[in-house]
Structures are given as structure tokens and as C-alpha cells.
Design a binder for this molecule. Structure first.
Ligand SMILES: [Zn+2]
Length: 273
């Protein structure tokens, strides 16, 4: 028999070179349905099984994965893309309104007509507002781009012994699984927006950092070998450090944007599209 994938001649059920099944035939609807169901519901590497473990025993799952039990679980990055896709689907309708609502109060304070506030403060306000809008409107992109910041913060906060013990990549795997929890939580807050606006806003803006801390604590505790309290404290520092780095970068970005793009147009007058 000749392998359809790599042309190796062999006998048996699987190609010894590349592992492709000898029974590889043409695509059928049955094959596609089976493939989808195993990917989602299958026990061996299925999305559902992985999610169940991620929420019921995250620390133990991460340790298993790091020590080599990989096939049981859906891979971290596809898992994160899956969660982000879900987020995009849930969010496409609600984000704009949610942001307008969140800023509606401060907008009435910082208007061109108000006499107490000078024009420079209004410009700074709009600059900050636009930065937040950009970040949230491009959440998935920013989220993926800032992943390195999160990993740097994790390595810095989770102690010298663990920096020696684990590779960078092992921190990345842990953080990506933790972020899956964070993104799924964000999906939930976006869904609550459909029912209760105030609840969704307070969930989105106040609980989000807390969920990050909880997710990082849950995912990394077993791997780090710390107590829950110590892991939670270090995770708090992690999120603080990440936020500071992110805020710094966004601020630099906003200032550069204002200097380069808007100076070309004469005076600084940022309007939101
Ligand atoms: Zn082959």
C-alpha cells in the first residue's frame, strides 16, 4: 500500500512515516460531521472536554500538559482563537453602544461649550477616550499583540525559582489557557449587556481585572508550587504590571498618533468616527 500523504509504501493501518490512516478516502458528509463532532465533543482532545477540565481543575490540567499529557486536550492557541471567535460573534452587535454609554457621562462634562474646562484638557480627554475606543474596538487584535506583555509580566511576578524551572514557552502555554478563561468571561459580560446594561458595564470594567487574577491564579498555582494566597498575590502583581505596561504603550501610541497624524492637519482636533 502507498501512503496518500507522503508516498511511503507500507503495510498496516497507519503510515509509519507520517501516521496517516490507510483508510484515507474521499471526503463525505458523514466524515465531515464525524470530524466536527469529535473535535467538539470527543474525549480525546475535544473542545468540550478541555473546557470542562479548564474550569474544574485548571492547575492540574496545566501541569499534565506541561509534563507531556497533550493528546487529551485541545491545543492552547486554537483554543484561544476559538474563544476569540466566539467573542467576535457575541460582541459585534453590542460594543459600540456599550462604549457610548460608558462615556456618555464624562462626555457631558468635557464639551467644547463648558467654560470651566480649558481646551487642552478637552483634547487630552478625547485622546484618552479615543485610545480606549481603539483598544476595545480592536480588542482581539490588541489582545493578541499584548500577549507578550502578559507573559513578560508573568515571568517577572512568578518568582526566580520558577524562572529557572520553566521555559518562556511554558509560561506562554499557561497564560494562553488562562486567557481563554478571561475571553470567555468577556463573552459572558457582552451577553449580559443584552439584558441589563448597567450590570454589563460594571462587570466589564470592574470585574475584568479580577477575572484575570483568578484565571492566572487557578491556572498557574500547581505549576508554581505556591499557596493559593501567594499565587493570588503574585497574579495581582502580574495584572498590575501588565496594565501599567499596556497603559504606557497605549499612551505612547496615542501621543505619537496625535503628533504625526493630527499635526499634519494643522491643529489638534480629534473627532470620533
Ligand atoms: Zn505517510
Amino acid at each position: 500500500m502507498k501512503c496518500l500523504n507522503c508516498d511511503t509504501e507500507f503495510e498496516g493501518n497507519f503510515c509509519p512515516e507520517c501516521g496517516q490512516s490507510a483508510k484515507t478516502g474521499r471526503f463525505t458528509m458523514k466524515f465531515i460531521l464525524q470530524n466536527l463532532t469529535t473535535a467538539i465533543l470527543g474525549r480525546d482532545g475535544g473542545v468540550w472536554f478541555t473546557l470542562k477540565n479548564l474550569f474544574s481543575r485548571p492547575g492540574a490540567m496545566i501541569v499534565e500538559i506541561l509534563s507531556g499529557k497533550r493528546k487529551k486536550y485541545f491545543s492552547p492557541f486554537p483554543m484561544l482563537f476559538f474563544a476569540l471567535t466566539l467573542y467576535i460573534l457575541v460582541t459585534s452587535a453590542t460594543t459600540g453602544f456599550m462604549l457610548q454609554e460608558a462615556f456618555s457621562q464624562s462626555d457631558t462634562v468635557f464639551t467644547e461649550e463648558s467654560e470651566e474646562i480649558d481646551s487642552q484638557s478637552i483634547e487630552v480627554y478625547h485622546l484618552l477616550k479615543n485610545t480606549v475606543f481603539f483598544f476595545i474596538n480592536h480588542y482581539t487584535l490588541c489582545f493578541l499583540l499584548t500577549l507578550p506583555l502578559f507573559v513578560i509580566a508573568a515571568r517577572a511576578c512568578y518568582g526566580r525559582d520558577n524562572r529557572k524551572k520553566y521555559y518562556w514557552a511554558e509560561y506562554i502555554i499557561t497564560i494562553v489557557y488562562a486567557l481563554v478563561i478571561v475571553v470567555l468571561f468577556r463573552c459572558l459580560t457582552k451577553l449580559t449587556y443584552l439584558f441589563d446594561h448597567d450590570l454589563a458595564l460594571s462587570l466589564g470594567f470592574t470585574l475584568a481585572p479580577l477575572v484575570m487574577i483568578v484565571a492566572c491564579t487557578a491556572c498557574s498555582r500547581k505549576m508554581l508550587g505556591f499557596s493559593i494566597a501567594k499565587t493570588a498575590w503574585r497574579s495581582f502583581l502580574l495584572v498590575l504590571l501588565y496594565s501599567l505596561m499596556l497603559f504606557g504603550l497605549l499612551l505612547i501610541g496615542a501621543i505619537l498618533f496625535a503628533l504625526i497624524v493630527l499635526n499634519g492637519k494643522g491643529d489638534i482636533n480629534i473627532q470620533l468616527g
